[in-house]
Design a protein around this ligand. Structure first.
Ligand code: GLN
Length: 494
């Protein structure tokens, strides 16, 4: 493997500017790494080598001109990146992991994609995802399962499992993902990465193929908080194309100023501590609590009594919104069509044949929860409990600045472990769903390894728009720990 792939994106940025390598060399190194490992990992749905090399060539021209004339360079200039296949990239197929979109090529860029391209990044391709981002393992993709670089028999997590495997497999220094109920943080935890889910509305959803609109968030998978800040920094901010995008001013993330640990109040959630979690994760949590304490933070236990409602509330609201969002895939507007004599038959056949099982299950659940006579009993009630959760969180963030929590009850589970038992898979999401239901930002970061050598991830949650604080804290943690620097043996082998 080319050693340059072991660098972080921030280091690549510096190396490109110093002229140690060109963007084309970097991009080729990534493409070679993809070629070497893709058979085993299956991180990508679509590769875009020609487009990437063309973007890299233009980046190199700008770099050459800059060396002669100086001036400002776009922050991501020449750095390769992978994009989850639920975000539109103009000219590349976008499948959302579904047969129902096969062959569909969006004629526009998602705002998040547009902004990273404006910042000079090089798009390598589109990564595998659970169909319409519905899942926690990337086993629900119509295009096959993605494997965890730390252990090929394990899932990489999901639904941004392709992005996580690509970054952990050093095929790309960082990647875009989306997080509706944990899909950035959980795969980041399973693959030993840093994963940021910003505040709802902080990054535009324009061009993100909607799953559950009130929960969907664009996020970042990277090795370090520094790289996550770099990528988040260019994507954040208001977008007139997304009515839910936050009007609040953009905040620069300054990592050079260390956070004031003496004044930091760290909360540990009582109800999470009582939950059944893998012993190594519980141990890592206690250890990190002590580390933060040693750095000066005050630690206190807080209670989020609504925790036990997170799974049922999310699995009513998300499918309800999904059932409305996915109505547009009807065989008329996008993708392939199954022939039929009547219009209802055409819909039925197209949707029946081209949607996968999990998607159909959720459309049925969601349609039922929204149907006349039941809407108040299910969807309405779930929304009221969601408000209770928001109040719980608001109270918690009056007492503390950040919450420390597990990301998932276990490390990466074996492929097939939850096959045929969707409920057991849903229960895996208990610790990630609350941030989406309440809209607050959260960041997962590497905090150890379990006995079988799989990464352990933890997360910090902050109040609304506290991304900068979360990134600063994880950055400070990563200055004194080395968990984020480990590389899967598969990547290093010759
Ligand atoms: N695992 C959750 C689900 O299946 C969350 C997925 C996501 O964040 N996209 O809905």
């Amino acid at each position: 493997m080319n050693e340059v792939l072991l660098l972080t994106a921030a280091q690549m940025q510096a190396g490109l500017r110093r002229g140690e390598y060109s963007s084309q060399e970097l991009t080729r190194a990534c493409l070679e790494q993809i070629e070497r490992l893709e058979d085993r990992l299956h991180a990508f749905i679509t590769l875009a080598p020609e487009m990437a090399l063309e973007q890299a060539r233009r980046a190199d021209e700008l770099l050459t001109a800059w060396r002669r004339q100086g001036g400002e360079l776009p922050p991501l200039l020449g750095i390769p990146l992978a994009v989850k296949d639920v975000l539109a990239v103009r000219g590349l197929p976008c499948t959302a992991g579904s047969r129902i979109l096969e062959g569909f090529v969006p004629p526009y860029n998602a705002t998040a994609v547009e902004r990273v391209l404006q910042a000079g990044a090089v798009v390598l391709g589109k990564t595998n995802t659970d169909e319409f981002a519905m899942g926690s393992s990337t086993e629900n993709s119509a295009f096959g399962v993605t494997h965890n670089p730390w252990n090929l028999e394990r899932v990489p997590g999901g639904s941004s499992g392709g992005s996580a495997a690509a970054v952990a497999g050093r095929m790309a220094p960082f990647a875009l993902g989306t997080d509706t109920g944990g899909s950035v943080r959980q795969p980041a935890a399973f693959c030993g990465l840093t994963g940021l889910k910003p505040t709802y509305g902080r990054i535009s959803r324009y061009g993100l193929f909607a799953y559950a609109s009130s929960l969907d968030t664009v996020g970042v998978l990277a090795h370090t908080a520094e790289d996550a800040a770099l990528l988040y920094g260019v994507m954040q901010g208001e977008d007139v194309r997304d009515a839910t995008s936050l009007r609040a001013p953009v905040e620069a993330v300054d990592l050079s100023a260390p956070p004031d640990f003496e004044r930091l109040r760290l909360g540990v959630v009582k109800e999470y501590r009582q939950h059944d979690i893998q012993p190594e994760i519980a141990a890592a949590l206690e250890k990190v609590v002590r580390q933060f304490q040693e750095m000066g933070a005050t630690v206190q236990e807080v209670s989020l009594p609504s925790t036990r409602h997170a799974v049922p509330v999310y699995y009513l609201i998300a499918p309800a919104e999904a059932s409305a969002n996915l109505a547009r895939y009807d065989g008329i507007r996008y993708g392939p069509r199954q022939p039929a004599d009547t219009l209802p038959d055409l819909y039925r056949r197209t949707r029946g044949r081209l949607f996968g099982r999990e998607v159909k299950r959720r459309i049925m659940l969601g349609t039922f929860a929204l149907s006349a006579g039941y809407q108040e009993a299910y969807y309405g009630k779930a929304q009221r409990v969601r408000q209770m959760m928001q109040q719980d969180f608001a109270r918690a963030f009056e007492q503390v600045d950040v919450l420390l929590a597990p990301v998932a009850p276990t490390t990466a589970f074996p492929i097939g472990a939850h096959r045929g038992d969707p409920l057991s898979m849903y229960l895996e999401d208990i610790f990630t769903l609350p941030a989406n239901l309440t809209g607050v930002p959260a960041i997962s970061f590497p905090a150890g390894f379990d006995q079988s050598g799989l990464p352990v991830g933890l997360q910090l949650l902050g109040g609304p728009r506290q991304e900068a604080l979360l990134l600063q804290l994880v950055h400070a943690f990563q200055q004194v720990t080395a968990w984020h620097n480990r590389t899967p043996p598969l990547v290093l082998e010759e």
